[in-house]
Design a protein around this ligand. Structure first.
Ligand code: FE2
Length: 380
């Protein structure tokens, strides 16, 4: 249990000392804006009622005290009580601690082989702990391989629905990865596919991809997964300029067939304002002509070559053969997938796939974590 030891004023902030000696500063506006009382926040919806926009710029509490939490009286007579545990969780140190807990586990061929993220459908179905285990694998390492999924059509949809909702796309509610005549996509051929992400042309890329093996008697066709974030960090360390080009040059990605044409411009590597990796988009099969200035073309292709070769480095590639009943579930914004070419005359290779939005999947994980931890729900 977190408690507060003391509080004192320092200009626009309050300096709070927690019972374990940790000291944290909180701005007056931040404290007022996060008042959890029923007048400031709808108790049922949990959403803010308080008008953030019209908070006076120079707002400062008239009285400050420490009790069960931080007790603040404001000039208009309003009283806010912020629980000590909530304050700790939302302090800068608390955010750093949470960030450490959620840190991605970057992997390569050797490290993933020591503890491959495999799980059986039976374990997922047994209780919520099993489902949480699979979702943690996907959150931390970017993929999970589920075993013993019945080899019947649409079993993949049932697995997707255990996670969240199936996301339909122009490829349908689900899609059949088989070699077929007149394909509208290279996946539907027997060609080798280099490491790629799917649908980089979509603004709201469908993020989790499920690929369920129904049949695999064809010679060849081994599957490969690569941690795109580990590869991007390797590129950054080896060639910061190349990393920066792939982060800043927007590539036009375009899919079109008889019924649809979806295109958007996005860089190959996307980072957020703090420099954290957000996503990898790479599928040269649907890279439309680059609309960058000619001076940029050479350096861009050099950067792409460098990144592509890192992605094809056997040290990073996790190779395996999909057996009937196995289903890959991977984060398409992080983990690239590939397959070796296969000989369609030697047997059949049939995968059925579908997509789930990552926000829904991670949302499911957070509610499971909350329910399983039995924690009291506090204002987010
Ligand atoms: Fe693909």
């Amino acid at each position: 249990m977190t408690h507060l030891a003391s509080v004192h004023r320092a200009s626009e902030q309050l300096h709070v000392t927690f019972s374990d000696g940790e000291r944290e500063a909180f701005h007056h506006l931040w404290l007022r804006d996060n008042c959890p009382c029923d007048r400031c926040r709808d108790p049922a919806a949990g959403e803010r009622l308080l008008d953030t926009i019209e908070l006076p710029a120079d707002l400062s509490p008239t009285e400050v005290a420490v009790d069960e939490g931080l007790v603040l009286d404001w000039p208009d007579g309003h009283r806010s009580v912020l629980p000590a545990g909530w304050l700790w969780e939302h302090s800068q140190a608390g955010y750093r601690a949470a960030g450490r807990r959620e840190q991605l586990v970057l992997w390569n061929a050797a490290t993933i082989a020591t503890d491959p993220p495999h799980i059986s459908l039976e374990e997922i179905d047994a209780d919520e702990v099993g489902l949480r285990r699979m979702l943690r694998m996907i959150r931390d390492r970017g993929f999970a391989i589920v075993h013993d999924v019945p080899t019947r059509p649409d079993a993949v949809i049932e697995l997707a629905e255990r996670i969240a909702f199936v996301q339909e796309s122009n490829f349908g509610r689900s899609f059949e990865v088989v070699s077929k005549p007149d394909p509208n996509n290279l996946a539907y051929t027997s060609h080798r596919l280099y490491s790629h992400t799917d649908v980089p042309n979509r603004h709201s890329a469908v993020n989790l991809q499920l690929l369920h093996c129904l049949e695999n008697t064809a010679r060849g066709g081994e599957s490969i997964l690569v941690d795109g974030f580990a590869a991007a960090r390797r590129l950054e360390a080896a060639d910061a300029d190349a990393f920066d080009l792939l982060r800043t040059v927007e590539v036009p990605w375009r899919f079109r067939d008889a019924d649809t044409e979806i295109h958007n411009r996005f860089p190959v590597i996307r980072t957020d304002a703090r420099g954290e990796l957000v996503e990898i988009r790479l599928n040269t099969g649907i890279m439309a002509p680059l609309d960058a200035s000619p001076e940029l073309v050479g350096p861009f292709y050099a950067a792409l070559r460098r990144f592509g070769r890192i992605l094809r480095d056997p040290e990073l590639e996790h190779h395996f053969r999909m057996e009937p009943g196995q289903c890959q579930v991977f984060d398409n914004q992080r983990v690239l997938h590939a397959r070796a070419g296969f000989d369609p005359s030697s047997g059949r290779r049939h995968l059925q796939g579908c997509y789930v939005d990552k926000d829904d999947a991670l949302g499911r994980l957070r509610t499971l974590e909350r329910a399983l931890a039995g924690r009291e729900q506090l204002p987010a």
